[in-house]
Design a protein around this ligand. Sequence first.
Ligand code: NDP
Length: 290
Amino acid sequence: MTAKIIDGKEISQAIRKKIEQEVKMLLAENIVPGLAVILVGDNQASKTYVANKQKACKDLGMHSVLIQLADSVSQSDLIDKINELNNDESIHGILVQLPLPKHVNEKDIIEAISPEKDVDGFHPINIGRMMTGQDAFLPCTPYGVVEMLKYIGIDLEGKHAVVVGRSNIVGKPAGQLLLNENATVTYCHSKTDDLALHTKQADILVAAVGKRNTITAGHVKQGAVVIDVGMNRNDEGKLCGDVDYDQVKAIASYITPVPGGVGPMTITMLIKNTVKAAGRRRQIALEALN
Ligand code: NDP
């Protein structure tokens, strides 16, 4: 078997076309969905991610603001900035690019963002809403993973999904969203004994580890759907995932490449969340009029 490739760019484009229609409807009512991104320090990878996010906004006619702060910024100054944006009517979504410098407490920063503008979906209120099946801003990467699976027509109900990785921003929410879709979910992590024993049972295998070649042919069941969230560099400095792509594509039914798989979906989901935030605000304003 040679796996079908799940083309994240193509799926992203299709989703962005729909988002574009929603943006046009909001623009017709003089509402310009606005995203503010706070970038602290000089991390080159973060700069690239932020530039891509801004470009995606601009391409869709949205408002996008970049606030660049020095590495030495104090936690209280950063929180003041977030509060300013929380109160700025032209901003519907706020994103603080991670990682942050060591002297800043990431948890406090995430909690300073208004849950109604938390388009990254990292605020505990949104996480709680997600866990209890309520309407929430969903964390962009796991949200993108589930949307990809739905797009290619995978019925998640009753499937065994194994998620390798349990970070708060990728692994844990990916498992929760798959559970919300009625999959049976197993989490694996660095302390898991015999990783392959678990991953070989997966109908859907999600790798979110951050170490290349964590998942090889011996970890995958024939016909499994393999989603590679990892972003690593190989010996030649080229971007690669957590999955040994060449080995695993001979076994899986579907596989995401790196690059061109989950990555483009993450930005698309961020834009989707921002437009949703703008739409919600419009709804609240309309309800206040009635
Ligand atoms: P973290 O480092 O926060 O989490 C990694 C997880 O992998 C941890 O839960 C860890 O377990 C687990 N782990 C580490 N080694 C092993 C192992 N040998 N076997 C099984 N599990 C292991 O990373 P993130 O969740 O933030 O990111 C994961 C990857 O996804 C990274 O490569 C990152 O760059 C990428 N990423 C990609 C995005 C995209 O848009 N495509 C967006 C965000 C992230 P433990 O908890 O026990 O330490």
